[in-house]
Every structure is written in C-alpha cells, then in structure tokens.
Design a protein around this ligand. Structure first.
Ligand code: NDP
Ligand code: 2IT
Length: 442
C-alpha cells in the first residue's frame, strides 16, 4: 500500500479527514519524492497522526430542566512549530472526522502565517440554534469544565469557528478563569475590554479580500465593479462583504443552511448592518432579508452558485461547492474563486477550476487572516499591551501578502499559471517538516 492508502486504512469512517489528507498528499507526496529526507523521517505519516485526541462528555441542563448530553472534542494535531492553535466549532454536524480534517488543515495554515503556532481544533455536536443565552452559557461552562485541564496559554489556545463567536468565547473564558484562578490569554477572539485584539473579528473576511486583491492585481484586474457571490452570512461572510464593498465590488448573495438571498442591486453598507444585527443579535435567518429588502429574492434549499458572477467566495462550510457548481460558475463567467471557509470546494470542484486555469485560492491560504490575528492577539497578551486598529490591520495585510508570495514561490507552473493549492500545501509543509526533523522522533 502507498502512504496515502495506509493513512486511509488507518482512519476508516473519517471521510472529511481522508479528503483533506488526500488533497494535501496530491502535492506534498511528489515533493517528498524529490526531497528524500522527508521520506526517511516519515514526516507525512507522522503529520497525519494527531499528537493527542481528547473526547469527553458535556452534560448540561436546558431551560425546561431536562438533562442534555453532548460530546466534546479537542484534536491536538501537531506542535512542532508552536503550541496547538485553532478554533472550536459548535454545530450538530461536528464529528471526530470533521475536527481532524480542520486540525490537519490548521497545521499547514498556521505555518503559512509565519507565526509560531501549531495546529489543533475542537468543538462539539451541540447546536446553538434556538438555544437561550443561559443554555449556551451552561453548555460552555460544562464544556470548559473538562477542556480546561488540556489547554493553556503555552499549550493549546482555542478560538472561535462556526457557532462560536464573542458570546461563547466570553462564557468559555469566564469558566476557565474561575477554574484555574488565573487570567491568561488561553483563548483568542476575546472582547476588547478583556484582552482581545482589535481587528480579530474582521480578520478572516478582510484577509480573504486582501489575498484576492493580490491575485486580481497579478492578473491586471481589481475589485472595482466586480460582481461577487458569497455563501454564508456569519463572521467570515460579513467582513468579506464589508471589505469587498470598500474595494468597489458588488456583492449580490449571502446564505445560511436553509437557502440564499440574491440582491441584484448589491448589498450596501446599510444592508450589511441589517444582516449583522439579524445574525449576531437577533440570531435570525437570512430569509428575513427579503422582508426588509423586498427587491431581493430568496431561494429555499439552494446554494448561490447558479448566480452569474466574476468572483465566487464560499464562506459557509466544507463541501458546499461541488463539481457541477464549479462548471456552472465557469459557464456563467466566473473568473476567480477564493475559499473563505475551510475546504468548501470538493476536490472535484477544485480540479474543475484548475483545469480551466481559474485562479483558485484554497482556504488554508485565503482564510489564514483569522488565525494570524489570533497569533497577534497572543503576542499582545504576552506583552500585556494592545496595538491600534491600524497597526493590527497593517500586520494582517503584510501576513496575507507573505502567504501570497509563498504560494507564488511554490505554486507557479511552467505556463505561468499559479496553482495556489500546490503553493500553500508545500509552503506550509516545509516549515513544519524541518521543525519535526530538528526535534527528533517525538
Ligand atoms: P459562523 O458561525 O459565524 O457562520 C457560519 C455560516 O455558515 C452561517 O451562515 C451558517 O448558517 C453557515 N453554515 C454553517 N454550517 C452550514 C452547513 N452545514 N450548511 C450550510 N451552511 C452552513 O462561522 P464562521 O463565519 O466563523 O465560519 C465560516 C467558515 O469559515 C467555516 O468553514 C470556518 O471553519 C471558516 N473559518 C472561520 C474563521 C474564523 O475566524 N471565524 C477563520 C478561518 C476559517 P446557519 O446559521 O444556517 O448555520
Ligand atoms: O479555521 C480557522 O483558522 C479558525 N477558525 C480560526 C482559528 C483561530 O485560532 O483563530
């Protein structure tokens, strides 16, 4: 059996994890063939095995007094270049496979940022939809009552992901502080009043647009007057819309797991403020957009990839854009694709884009801005100081440009087409591999 088949056989019933490893293997295994020391030290096989996986019971009592039991996880995948770092996801679709895929991607993504962070991911199958603030608090407290013994500001620093924003980070941080009796930067995405970094909420969406701007520029283009379709309507989607508007583009779609809205005239700053209030405060659904803006249309149970656009930015979840969607996008004139979410395009969809020479920015490069500013939050916590908005934003831009350059360095093909997937995977891999060799067989 070859290396990839051995890994797949070792992880049966983990389709997302095997998918993520296969996508990386496509580029990294041939690279390893050309660099035998990585083969000798079995770097890829070792990277595909988490250093530690923690699974635990999360019991809590709902508002009716009924006992609920969820399952909690933390996957500590690789700590070669720094403490484990990565978000927590609260969503009913969370499984060990999903979190292992996310942790695996996180290792390479964090390496690309140039900051000293290893990779991890965690979460639970808890569904925050329809839960009261008190229920979310009780869940978070129960979750942290086990997790606290496995994390720490020099060991593992979780943050947000799907279903985890400022509210949840607050509840988790409060419980950690109470249990440990110490105030440290154990989580990122904290409120500005208690150790959070300015620009962290914006960072993933802004970073995505900065990365795409570099791609557009290298293709003698810009965001000016471009039509963009975006999926999702959460943290990443909202700030991608905000920055895209600032750069002169017109964003025409947003979605959630029930359907999407199409606003042909474009989502303005005022409409975006409505979406932010709807999603973050009222915790409503995207279809309510058409009640407020009846000129827009809502498509139940559909994804926005049948709308004509210049640029598509999937910002919701994994495998939300498949081969047929990719073909449809191209047929409708889409010329650039950037992943705001983690692995939103299936491997088949990515192959379609690359075969048509569409610049395609994979999540581990294009959405690295979020974890990059998490890294800057850790730095500020260590300094016991906070930087201005301008300073953090400037650093974020600088990091996204460095990731872009790394992708170009390792991903430029003979005909000049930049395969950003190749560039990101090899660029992320090299640093971790070198650190693993230096540290011996551990
Ligand atoms: P949010 O919870 O803020 O928003 C998630 C959005 O995606 C919601 O609109 C949600 O709709 C939708 N969604 C979630 N699950 C599904 C599903 N199974 N099918 C369809 N739609 C779904 O999360 P974020 O914006 O933070 O995260 C979005 C993506 O970006 C994820 O892939 C995440 O891993 C990635 N990411 C996030 C970073 C961050 O800093 N937050 C950093 C880098 C990547 P609904 O309300 O219906 O669930
Ligand atoms: O997927 C991701 O990079 C995140 N959810 C952010 C992780 C972090 O530690 O900020």
């Amino acid at each position: 059996m070859n290396t990839l088949d051995v890994i797949k056989a070792k992880n049966p019933g983990e389709p997302e994890f095997c998918q993520a490893v296969s996508e990386v293997a496509e580029y990294v295994l041939p690279f390893i063939e050309q660099n035998p020391k990585y083969k000798q030290f079995k770097i890829f096989e070792r990277m595909a095995e988490p250093e530690r996986v923690i699974m635990f019971k999360v019991p809590w009592v709902d508002d009716k007094g009924e006992i609920q039991i969820n399952r909690g996880f933390r996957v500590q995948l690789n700590s070669a270049i720094g403490p484990y770092k990565g978000g927590l996801r609260l969503h009913p679709t969370v499984t060990l496979s999903v979190l292992k895929f996310l942790a695996f991607e996180q290792v390479l993504k964090n390496s690309l940022t140039g900051l000293p962070m290893g990779g991890g991911k965690g979460g639970s199958d808890f569904d925050p939809k329809g839960k009261s603030d008190s229920e979310v608090m009780r869940f978070c407290q129960s979750f942290m009552t086990e997790l606290y013994r496995h994390i720490g500001h020099n060991l593992d620093i979780p943050a947000g992901d799907i279903g985890v924003g400022k509210r949840e980070i607050g509840f988790l941080f409060g419980q950690y502080k109470r249990l440990k009796n110490e105030f440290t930067g154990v989580l990122t995405g904290k409120g500005n009043e208690w150790g959070g970094s300015l620009i962290r909420p914006e960072a993933t969406g802004y970073g995505l647009i900065y990365f795409m701007e570099a791609i557009l520029k290298s293709n003698n283009s810009s965001f000016e007057n471009k039509v963009i379709t975006i999926s999702g309507s959460g943290n990443v989607a909202q700030f991608a819309v905000e920055k895209a508007i600032q750069y002169g583009a017109k964003v025409v779609t947003l979605s959630d797991s029930n359907g999407y809205i199409y606003d042909e005239s474009g989502i303005t700053t005022e409409k975006l403020a409505f979406v932010t209030e709807l999603k973050d405060v009222k915790r409503g659904r995207i279809k309510e957009y058409i009640e407020k803006y009846p000129e827009a249309k809502y498509f139940e149970g559909k994804k926005p990839w049948d709308i004509k656009c210049d640029i598509a930015l999937p910002c919701a979840t994994q495998n939300e854009l498949d081969e047929n969607d990719a073909k449809l996008l191209i047929a409708n004139g889409c010329k650039f694709v950037g992943e705001g979410a983690n692995m939103p395009c299936t491997a088949e969809a990515a192959t379609v884009f690359k075969s048509k020479k569409i610049p395609f920015a994979p999540g581990k490069a294009a959405n690295a801005g979020g974890v990059a500013v998490s890294g800057l939050e850790m730095t500020q916590n260590s300094l016991r100081y906070s930087w201005s908005k301008e300073k953090v934003d400037q650093r974020l831009k600088g990091i996204m440009m460095e990731i872009y350059n790394t992708c170009v360095k390792y991903g430029t093909e003979a005909d000049g087409y930049v395969n950003y997937e190749r560039g990101a995977n090899i660029g992320g891999f090299v640093k971790v591999a070198e650190a693993m060799i230096d540290q011996g067989v551990v």
